[in-house]
Design a protein. Structure first.
Length: 220
């Protein structure tokens, strides 16, 4: 009965998770990926991620899949070889480029979470934060700060606020927490932070303009 109530009250059906294709050197990172997958299952939230079965990506996807949740892995055709990314569990959606991969992951998701990861994870995380800043979407973004992994990133963002490159209210575009349970709860309670001066854009418009531009490039 409690699970049904929780699922009914949840704002989200699908959550996009960004994370490393490596497991990291600390066992806590691996445990956090599994716990996040279990938390999504407990709240009846499905997973959208970048596909593959390696590292933290494999652990979080397996945790959701094994718990009975739906998993959507979005992966470029050039990376579909098992020797590159491992085996994807659940549903696989093949795309033609990294840009389309990110666009599809965002389109199919109601919220975003970043586990520890490297350059790719940071790029994906900062892009969805920038999209929120520009008003392209109002979906919540969460940082799973396992064992202080993202402390230096948070300090950098605070420095950017102090030095006038990020407005103080924009510091709250995303939320962070040290564990999955607290982070997901913060995402549930999140209220969008937007600059009224920035024109409100729609995700559909963003994609229409991109595809039109892409088609024009192909014709040249």
């Amino acid at each position: 009965m409690e699970e049904k109530t929780m699922a009914k009250n949840s704002k989200f059906k699908r959550v996009c998770v960004f994370c490393g294709s490596s497991s990291g050197k600390r066992k806590s990172y691996q445990e956090a990926a599994i716990q996040l997958g279990q938390e999504l299952v407990a709240r009846k939230m499905d997973l959208v991620y970048g596909g593959g079965g390696l590292g933290l990506m494999g652990l979080v996807s397996e945790a959701v899949h094994n718990g009975g949740g739906h998993v959507l892995g979005v992966i470029p055709t050039t990376l579909m070889g098992k020797e590159l990314t491992g085996e994807t569990v659940g549903e696989v959606k093949a795309v033609t480029s990294m840009h389309q991969r990110k666009a599809e992951m965002a389109r199919h998701s109601d919220a975003f979470i970043a586990l520890p990861g490297g350059y790719g994870t940071l790029e994906e995380l900062l892009e969805v934060i920038a999209w929120a800043q520009l008003g392209i979407h109002s979906k919540p973004v969460g940082l799973l700060n396992v064992d202080g992994y993202y402390n230096f990133l948070l300090a950098f963002i605070d420095k950017a606020v102090d030095d006038g490159f990020i407005q103080p209210f924009q510091r709250h575009i995303f939320v962070s927490a040290p564990n999955a349970k607290d982070l997901v709860q913060k995402l549930e309670e999140y209220e969008p932070v937007q600059d009224e001066v920035v024109a409100k854009l729609s995700w559909e418009k963003e994609q229409v303009e991109y595809h039109a531009s892409h088609q024009a490039e192909l014709v040249r």
